[in-house]
Design a protein around this ligand. Structure first.
Ligand SMILES: [Zn+2]
Length: 685
């Protein structure tokens, strides 16, 4: 049908022979043609009526009809051209007075008069064709055509003001009033939205034109949804956790007093490390409240038993808490075996009843264990309101020993990489503790980068400075001694508490420096007689620290949670050997006597400039307890010094630009450059 229309139009144009077009179509075709037809021409009236029909159909809202209308009006305009041609041909035919007639200049000769009937025939013929065409078009199925309709999806629009502006003004009016927004804020918002809309629309348009881009867009959506989905599944999304917490009803003030467990007080650290898994298990709190019953304890212990697999324990501390919200009175009365009392009493009774039954059940189920109230291997805490156990965390094991550092260049504890600050993973922006036992310990550069790769599941970039180890120095006393022990106890990590520390470039000899190694969450509890063997393994030639770090004396003994604090508070005198070069040479017995005369003097030692940025700037009084012997070799001097705890020995020698008075450099009147320093003995431990 369309090709026919085209054909038709061409015929008409040929017939019309005038090449110019009129700007508006419909109005002219109805007025001028109508007024002209009223005079003598019949068919023009038909055309008028047809136009009205079109208008009717337009009102009926049929979009297909719209198409037809457009087509017809186009034809009409062509008909108009013909009419114009007629006017030009013979002014006698047309009743004068129309605006068009006035615009026509001098009438031409009546030469073409005999053509007029032929043209009218043609018009009539075309009218008929037109009606047939219309019927054909009417018969076609209706397809939505948008009004502005350049593209099929109307992506080019979006210039007009958004329709939601008035709605927004009404809906958000009170808020805007409170925020003191100026008049017309919704218009500005609308402008912003329009400005945003346009690039988005053109982006979509380009996307639709390129199949490749479109597919890439779909694939990237898929990837994003997969990531979000896996985040939700693992429960690590902070947003979700926040939502869960916000969703829980507010706590009752009366019950929060009862929230403390009866016997156990679980370590804050332990609680923090388990927040993630707690929030995972919180699903269905409300339903589980109804499950709470003494007869269900067996099932709970069975669930717990699966979590306890692989954990060694003998001494167990059982605790019961009612949770933050406490129990409903109904549940509390049921658990308290129907005894009726005041609300707080009934909660207390319920708690005691649950603990009693729990102890009985547990003792039956684990006959080899011992229920204790202090120093347990394992703390188990049942939250009655949630009706589930907190994740079991084996309590830390503390081991005491003394270490000797035989080489320079090893820090006492792990030293985080200065570039990525990554304590474990060596990845930018990631500071997560390794969850598998021993994964946090890094013994060798090779092993460390391997664990970094295994631990990092994200696509964060690897730090170049530390090669992914997260450490400034690949080794530390902490790891060289601790790694084998952490593995032996299947612990999560080993935390190092030293009695003071020496500088990286300082050796620690003699009987070594006391320390306590805290093995966190150990799944294995080795018998005490194993400690000797484990200590010997640390010192064996095959050990990672062989030749660099070793245990001295009695190797290892069991320690306690309290001992690290004792070590840190202890003030032990120390003996050092320091070697330094005297600029301008060492003057023999005279200079020796000057140095030895400093024995017993009290130093005014201002905080050294090298540690000024992390220590308070103070002047401390420190006593030099003993000096000597002195060994002089040319301009190099080796001096042994016994000093009070907290003395800065390097500063005592070089004087720290007058911040330490008196000093070796000051008493000699020459500059002294420190070559090395050793701790020879730590006294009083
Ligand atoms: Zn790094």
């Amino acid at each position: 049908a369309e090709s026919e229309v085209v054909n038709l139009r061409r015929q008409l144009v040929e017939a019309a022979s005038t090449q110019h077009r009129l700007p508006t179509q419909k109005s002219i075709s109805s007025t001028s043609l109508g007024s002209a037809g009223a005079a003598s021409i019949g068919p023009a009236k038909d055309r008028d009526e047809e136009d009205e029909e079109d208008a009717d159909e337009k009102e009926a809202g049929s979009s297909a009809a719209l198409l037809v209308t457009e087509e017809i009006s186009r034809q009409c305009s062509v008909g108009d051209l013909i009419f114009e041609n007629l006017e030009a041909a013979g002014p006698s035919l047309i009743s004068s007075g129309g605006p068009r007639a006035a615009s026509i200049g001098a009438p031409p000769e009546a030469a073409g008069q005999e053509e007029v009937p032929q043209l009218w025939d043609r018009i009539n013929y075309l009218e008929r064709r037109c009606r047939t065409m219309q019927k054909k078009l009417d018969a076609r199925p209706i397809i939505f055509q948008s009004s502005s309709g350049q593209g099929p999806l109307n992506l080019e629009s979006g210039q007009s003001r958004p329709g939601w502006e008035p709605w927004l003004r009404d809906a958000a009016g009170p808020v805007a009033l409170r925020l003191n927004l100026p008049q017309g804020w919704e218009r500005r918002l609308g402008d912003l939205a329009t400005a945003l809309e346009q690039p988005l629309r053109s982006f979509t348009q380009r996307l639709l034109r390129q199949d490749k881009w479109l597919w890439m867009f779909y694939v990237h959506l898929l990837v994003l949804y997969t990531i979000v989905g896996s985040c939700i599944a693992s429960g690590s999304s902070p947003v979700l956790q926040g939502a869960k917490q916000a969703g829980s009803p507010g706590k009752k003030p009366s019950s929060s007093r009862l929230a403390a467990p009866i016997s156990a007080e679980v370590d804050n650290n332990d609680n923090n490390s388990n927040n993630g898994s707690n929030s995972n298990n919180n699903n269905g709190n409300n339903s589980s409240r109804e499950v709470a019953s003494l007869s269900d304890l067996g099932r709970l212990l069975e669930v717990l038993g699966r979590q306890l697999e692989g954990i060694e324990f003998v001494r167990v501390q059982l605790g019961v808490t009612l949770g933050e919200r406490g129990l409903s009175r109904e549940t509390a009365v049921k658990l308290a075996s129907g005894r009726d009392a005041s609300d707080s009493e009934v909660q207390q009774l319920a708690k005691e009843a649950v603990l009693d039954h729990l102890r009985l059940e547990f003792a039956t189920r684990y006959p080899g264990t011992e229920l204790v109230s202090q120093e347990p291997d394992l703390k188990l805490l049942l939250d009655v309101s949630l009706w589930q156990f907190a994740p079991p965390i084996p309590t830390a094991i503390f081991l005491y020993g003394r270490y000797r550092k035989l080489v320079r260049g090893i820090p006492q504890t792990r030293w985080p990489c200065a570039v990525c600050r990554g304590e474990r993973t060596g990845r930018y922006g990631k500071r997560k503790l390794g969850s598998e036992p021993g994964s946090g310990l890094i013994s060798e550069p090779g092993a460390s980068s391997a664990s970094g790769k295994a631990g990092g599941t994200s696509s964060l970039s690897m730090c170049e400075a530390c090669k992914g180890s997260g450490l400034q120095y690949a080794n530390s006393v902490q790891d060289l001694i601790g790694s084998s022990l952490v593995t032996a106890f299947a612990a999560e990590d080993g935390v190092f508490h030293g009695m003071g520390r020496e500088d990286i470039d300082v050796r620690c000899l003699g009987s070594g420096r006391p320390f306590v190694l805290e093995l966190r969450a150990p799944r294995l509890r080795r018998p005490l007689q194993d400690l000797q063997a484990l200590g010997a393994a640390v010192n064996s030639p095959e050990a990672v620290g062989a030749g660099r770090v070793e245990l001295s004396g009695a190797l290892l003994r069991l320690s306690s949670r309290a001992e690290p604090a004792r070590l840190k508070g202890a003030a032990a005198d120390k003996t050092y050997t320091i070697r330094f070069r005297v600029q301008g040479g060492f003057g023999g017995p005279e200079d020796e006597a000057r140095i030895l005369a400093l024995a017993g003097s009290v130093l005014d030692q201002r905080t050294p400039s090298r540690v000024e940025h992390r220590r308070a700037d103070l002047v401390r009084g420190r006593t030099i307890l003993a000096l000597g012997p002195i060994i002089a070799e040319g301009d190099e001097v080796e001096l042994t010094i016994k000093a009070e705890s907290g003395t800065y020995i390097k500063e005592f020698v070089h004087g720290d630009a007058g911040r330490t008075v008196p000093s070796v450099s000051g008493t000699l009147g020459r500059k002294c450059d420190v070559m090395w320093l050793d701790v020879r003995e730590i006294h009083g431990e």
